[in-house]
Design a protein around this ligand. Structure first.
Ligand SMILES: [Zn+2]
Length: 190
């Protein structure tokens, strides 16, 4: 079985209190039984991201997680990229409507452009210059709906199914710890 990961990203440029906010959200979620202890094997861990085991309430709601090696949550205290959104078929220029499907002849160029801007942590509205219309936009403006390419901090949930009550609690913990910032879900199947 392949792994899938669901991201909950805090959008907008990084804020000075992001790392403390993610830690505070984690502690609250541990108190609520949604997260367990630090568990390095529960998620791949990408350098600065700490991996946390699922808590008892999550294992009760999704018992299938107990049998998986990767079932934890990564905490991202600083900017991270959702490669799944970058590789999606839904890239569209917000200025001219250029739709960059899988067979588009400029797809490689545009994925490279957006990936480079995200990698450089460019959160500004001029980060992505469309090669077709030369209009400037933000990296996340190229994806719609439940997707983002670049977040300033957030969570990655390894193999967690959609669980409305638990998803709402995760959002509430992040929103309270890092107030006034939009949250957006994203996903990637690996
Ligand atoms: Zn364009």
């Amino acid at each position: 079985m392949s792994d899938h990961v669901r991201y909950l990203g805090v959008l907008g440029p990084p804020s000075a209190d992001a790392a403390d906010g993610v830690q505070a959200a984690c502690e609250r979620l541990q108190d609520e039984g949604l997260l367990g202890e630090v568990s390095p094997g529960a998620a791949p861990g990408h350098g600065r991201a700490a991996a946390i085991a699922p808590g008892p309430r999550v294992l009760q709601a999704a018992p299938e997680l107990s049998g998986l090696t990767r079932n934890g949550v990564e905490l991202y205290p600083s900017p991270f990229m959702n490669v799944g959104a970058l590789m999606s078929e839904g890239l569209t220029c917000p200025r001219c409507g250029l739709a960059v499907g899988p067979d588009h002849d400029r797809r490689g160029e545009i994925v490279d452009l957006l990936g480079s801007a995200a990698d450089a942590e460019r959160f500004d509205d001029g980060a992505a210059l469309c090669p077709a219309c030369e209009g400037a936009s933000g990296v996340n403006d190229w994806v719609r709906g439940e997707a983002f390419i670049l977040a300033s901090c957030g969570l990655a949930l390894w193999n967690w199914p959609r669980l409305p009550q638990i998803d709402a609690a995760l959002c509430a913990a992040l929103a309270d710890a890092i107030p006034g910032r939009p949250l957006r879900w994203g996903a990637w199947r690996i």
